[in-house]
Design a protein around this ligand. Structure first.
Ligand code: FAD
Ligand code: UDP
Length: 374
């Protein structure tokens, strides 16, 4: 007997919603479920005091791909927001990412050559030839002063591990520039969807059956009979009953505050890079959309170790976890009729544009079609 749905999509985040939109467009009947009480996954925004509060952490869309940029623009218009976080180290303010403004404030250097000389001097003193971990990578990119003030404290709070035990790639997400450019990203396209991210997901899921507050694992047997195929975007180790061991994740706790002022910190993102302040950053949401409300909402972001029942925000891609993941991936490749995708099911530190790209690739494979040239 044919099932009621062609696809059961577990997770109403960006991967699940993109896949559902494309499948629906091709006449396939989809059921999207999520264990949360809302759609959108981690890009979901909550309206508080007329401000779109990024409930699961600040989300700035950026991509170098014209195709992905055009793709998301069919669902919403984007504003001209450019992310330029600042770092607060024990009350001293520095520009991010690491650029001539940062170097000038720290060392009084004015020209790119002076900055490079300073970094080369510190790199030589540290004696690092081939960086093997985040600490060595950071020192070899920007020297010991910046590492000590802007990286070590933040990183060790964020990941709950020594920077010397973390993979180098994490710090390579951040640009290092020898000009006075405070744009946090190098990508050609950047912005925040006008009206918030929910609009994008709502449009993607228009006309598609969505059921919330449903945990796949609680109703697995029944759900599996309802569709020909499953698209799974939850935790891959949970899917396979942790048979090769538990993968580690980093979780977060968010503390919102409403303040009776129109401008609390003068910037959307302020990072607290010392080791004592328990949170990593304070987000003032209205600045993402140039809000003019009388009040403001800020969120303090506290990193915590993940335990069952917590939200698994970040995969911890060190050697130990990558080895465990490899076993799950091999097993996942042998499953008929199950597509694994997104940040949790592929255990990857993916940004939004990469998740959309991966979902479109999955669509290309599933429907034997071509969507992306890049
Ligand atoms: P998710 O959004 O996690 O969606 C998965 C969904 O599946 C969730 O809604 C979950 O509830 C549901 N689910 C899981 N298990 C089950 C189950 N068993 N049953 C039912 N439902 C289930 N990216 C950027 O590009 N720019 C940024 O500035 C940025 N900032 C970020 C800041 C933070 C703090 C975090 C954590 C991430 C950030 N990202 C950013 C990354 C971005 O959030 C992700 O790339 C993207 O949202 C991942 O989409 P997804 O669909 O893979 O996963
Ligand atoms: N980082 C840091 N100091 C900062 C900002 C970032 O040391 O002020 C490091 C930290 O290890 C962090 C990584 O750079 O995990 C990547 O930063 P990004 O802002 O991309 O993190 P995300 O927004 O994904 O949490």
């Amino acid at each position: 007997m044919k099932s009621k749905y062609d696809f059961l999509i577990v997770g109403a985040g960006l991967f699940g919603a993109t896949f559902a939109f494309e499948a629906n467009k091709r006449g396939k009947k989809c059921l999207v479920i999520d264990r949360r009480n809302h759609i959108g996954g981690n890009v979901y925004c909550e309206n508080i005091e007329g401000i779109n509060v990024h409930k699961y952490g600040a989300h700035i869309f950026h991509t170098n791909s014209k195709e992905i940029w055009e793709y998301v623009n069919q669902f919403a218009e984007f504003n001209r927001y450019t992310n330029s976080p600042i770092a607060n180290y024990k009350g001293e303010i520095f520009n991010l990412p690491f650029n001539m403004n940062t170097f000038n404030k720290l060392w009084g250097v004015v020209t790119p050559k002076e900055a490079m000389d300073k970094i080369n001097e510190q790199r030589a003193e540290a004696g690092i030839i081939e960086p093997k971990n985040l600490e060595e990578q950071a020192i070899s990119l920007v020297g010991t002063d910046i590492y000590e003030k802007l990286i070590k404290g933040y990183t060790e709070k964020q990941w709950g591990r020594s920077a010397s035990e973390l993979p180098a790639f994490i710090i390579k997400r951040l640009p290092v520039r020898f000009n006075y450019d405070n744009n946090y990203f190098n990508d050609k396209y950047q912005g925040i969807p006008e009206g918030g991210y929910n609009k994008i997901i709502e449009k993607m899921l228009e006309g598609i059956d969505v059921k919330l507050n449903i945990d796949f694992f609680r109703e697995r047997n029944d759900l599996e009979t309802q569709a020909e195929k499953i698209v799974f975007t939850g935790m891959i180790d949970e899917f396979f009953n942790y048979q090769f061991g538990k993968l580690e994740y980093r979780s977060l706790q968010f503390e919102n505050e409403i303040h009776q002022t129109d401008n609390y910190q003068g910037n959307a993102v302020v990072n607290y890079t010392d080791s004592k302040t328990p949170y990593t950053r304070i987000i003032e949401h209205k600045h993402f959309e140039f809000g003019t409300q009388d009040k403001t909402v800020i969120t303090k972001e506290y990193p915590v170790e993940w335990a069952p029942g917590d939200e698994p925000y970040y995969p911890i891609n060190n050697d130990k976890n990558n080895l465990i993941y490899k076993k799950y991936r091999e097993l996942s490749e042998k499953q008929n009729n199950i597509i694994f995708g997104g940040r949790l099911a592929t255990y990857k530190y993916y940004d939004m544009h990469q998740v959309i790209g991966a979902a479109l690739k999955a669509v290309e494979k599933e429907f034997d079609t071509s969507l992306l040239n890049e």
